[in-house]
Design a protein around this ligand. Structure first.
Ligand code: AMP
Length: 444
C-alpha cells in the first residue's frame, strides 16, 4: 500500500478521466460500491477456494459478530448492488463503470500491490456475444489512448454448466495420470478447483499443461456458437487477439468467455497487428515471478482482464440467473508503464497569476481576491504564509508565472491590487471589482 501524491496523483486522475469519458461515450454510467462488504459476497461469489478469497482477502469481524471484507475485486459487489437495487426493472442491459482501490494480501512482487486501483466495466442482463466483444473493445481502446501500441487480447472460452463438467472430468483424468509430476499445490487443487491447474506457474506444471485437454474442444453447441460470435466481433472491430487454451482466470464465477489484455510486440495476434514477423513466445503473463530469471521478469504483465459470469447472480442469492460480462484494467500497471502518454486531468490548470500579499490588512483581504479570481476561472498560486515581497516575487520568478497580483496595506484599504506583467515589469493599479475585466482584456 502506498501514498499517491503530486504528479503520480494527477497521472491516476488523468487516466481515470480518459477511461470514464470513453466508457460514457459507449453508454456506461458510473457506480461506486462500498469498500467494505459482507464477506460472503466474495466467498459465495468469487469462490472459497480461489487464491483471492482463500489467501488474499482482508477480513474483519465487527461488533455484533458480522464478518466483513475489504473488497478484493469489483464484479461481485456490482452484481450484489444490481440484485439489491432491483436493477432488473431497468432497461437491460445495465452498463456500469467503476474506479477505485481494491485490496489483496498478495506477496509483494512486480506489478502487485496490496492496495491497487482498477477501472472496470460491467454489462449486466445480457448473454449476447456482442456485449463480450464490446467490453474487450472498450478496454483495448482505453489502453490504446493511454499509449499502448502492441496490445493483444488473450481469449478463451471455458464453457457453461452443460459442457464444463465434461471438460473438467477430462482434465482431472489427464492430471490424475500425471499426478507424480504435479507440484504440491496442484495436487490439492485437483480436488477442489481443477481448472486452476492450468494457471500454475511451477515449471513442472507449465510443462504438463501443454498436453492438457483444451476447453474449446469440449464446448457444447451453444458455447461454441457464442465463442465463434465473440471472435467474429473482434475480427470485425479489428481488435488483435490470440486464443489462449490455458487461460482460465482465477475466479470461480467465470463462464464462457475469459480474457486478458497484454502489451507485447513479440506476441503473434490475429487482427491489425497481423505482421507476424516474430516467433510467438508463450502467450501467458508471468505475474510476480520476482525470483525468476531476468528474462522471465521482462515478460509483460496483464494490463487487464475479465470475462462472462452468467451464474454469479444465483451464487449471490438471486432467484433468477442474470447473464453478465465485464472486465477491469489494473491502473497501477498502466500508470507505471513506460509507454504511458501524458493524460492531464481536467483539474490541473497552469497558473496564470502569482498572488502576493504584504501586511496583515492584505492577508485579511487575500481570500476575497482569490475568490474573485476563482469565479473568473483564473488559476493562481500563492504563499499566504509568507510576509516579504522579495521572497514571494522570487517564487513567482522561479515558476515563470506571467502575471503577479500584489495586495499591500495601501491597496487593501483602497480595495485595489497592483497587477504586474512579469514579461516587461509594467504594472497597473486596478480596483478589485474591476480585476476580472482587466485581466480578461489582458487575455490572462
Ligand atoms: P483481476 O481482478 O485479478 O482479474 O485483475 C484485473 C487486473 O487488475 C489485472 O490484469 C492487473 O492488471 C490488475 N491487478 C490485479 N491484482 C493486482 C495487484 N495486486 N496489484 C496491482 N494490479 C493488480
Amino acid at each position: 500500500m502506498r501514498d499517491i501524491l503530486g504528479a503520480d496523483f494527477y497521472t491516476y486522475q488523468g487516466f481515470f478521466e480518459k477511461a470514464s469519458e470513453i466508457a460514457m461515450y459507449y453508454g456506461f454510467r458510473p457506480i461506486e460500491t462500498p469498500m467494505l462488504e459482507r464477506e460472503n459476497v466474495f466467498t459465495s461469489g468469487v469462490g472459497k477456494e480461489t487464491d483471492i478469497v482463500e489467501k488474499e482477502m482482508y477480513t474483519l469481524r465487527v461488533r455484533g459478530g458480522e464478518k466483513l471484507a475489504l473488497r478484493p475485486e469489483g464484479t461481485a459487489s456490482i452484481m450484489r448492488a444490481y440484485i439489491e437495487g432491483g436493477m432488473h426493472t431497468m432497461p437491460q442491459p445495465v452498463m456500469l463503470y467503476y474506479y477505485g482501490p481494491f485490496f489483496r494480501h498478495d506477496k509483494p512482487q512486480r506489478g502487485r500491490y496490496r492496495e491497487f486501483f482498477q477501472f472496470g466495466l460491467e454489462v449486466l442482463g445480457t448473454s449476447k456475444s456482442i456485449a463480450d466483444a464490446m467490453v474487450i473493445q472498450i478496454m483495448t481502446t482505453i489502453l490504446k489512448e493511454a499509449g499502448f501500441k502492441n496490445l493483444c487480447v488473450l481469449v478463451n472460452s471455458i464453457g457453461d454448466k452443460t459442457c464444463r463438467p465434461h471438460y473438467i472430468r477430462e482434465l482431472v483424468s489427464y492430471y490424475r495420470k500425471n499426478m507424480g509430476d504435479l507440484c504440491g499445490n496442484c495436487r490439492q487443487r485437483l480436488k477442489g478447483n481443477p481448472l486452476r491447474l492450468l494457471d500454475c506457474k511451477e515449471l513442472q506444471c507449465v510443462a504438463l499443461k501443454e498436453n492438457a485437454p483444451q476447453s474449446v474442444a469440449h464446448l457444447c453447441e451453444h458455447c461454441k456458437e457464442h465463442f465463434r460470435e465473440v471472435l467474429e466481433c473482434l475480427d470485425t472491430i479489428k481488435v488483435p487477439y490470440s486464443i489462449d487454451h490455458t487461460l482460465v482466470r482465477g475466479l470461480d464465477y467465470y463462464s464462457r468467455t475469459v480474457f486478458e489484455i497484454i502489451d507485447d510486440e513479440d506476441l503473434i495476434c490475429i487482427g491489425p497487428r497481423d505482421e507476424q514477423k516474430k516467433p510467438a513466445k508463450e502467450n501467458k503473463e508471468k505475474d510476480g515471478d520476482v525470483e525468476g530469471a531476468p528474462e522471465e521478469r521482462a515478460l509483460p504483465l496483464a494490463l487487464g482482464g475479465g470475462g462472462r459470469y452468467d451464474y454469479l447472480a444465483k451464487q449471490l442469492g438471486s432467484k433468477k440467473e442474470i447473464s453478465a460480462v465485464g472486465g477491469s484494467i489494473g491502473v497501477d500497471r498502466v500508470v507505471e508503464a513506460p509507454q504511458l502518454v501524458s493524460l492531464t486531468p481536467r483539474i490541473i490548470k497552469k497558473p496564470k497569476i502569482y498572488f502576493i500579499q504584504i501586511g496583515f490588512e492584505a492577508k485579511l483581504k487575500s481570500l476575497t481576491v482569490i475568490e474573485v479570481l476563482r469565479k473568473a476561472r483564473i488559476p493562481l498560486v500563492h504563499a499566504l504564509s509568507k510576509d516579504k515581497l522579495s521572497i514571494q516575487l522570487a517564487i513567482a520568478e522561479k515558476y515563470g508565472i506571467p502575471y503577479v497580483v500584489i495586495l499591500g496595506q495601501k491597496e487593501a484599504l483602497e480595495e485595489s491590487v497592483i497587477v504586474r506583467d512579469m514579461s516587461n515589469r509594467s504594472q497597473d493599479t486596478v480596483k478589485i471589482e474591476k480585476l476580472e475585466d482587466y485581466l480578461k482584456k489582458k487575455k490572462v
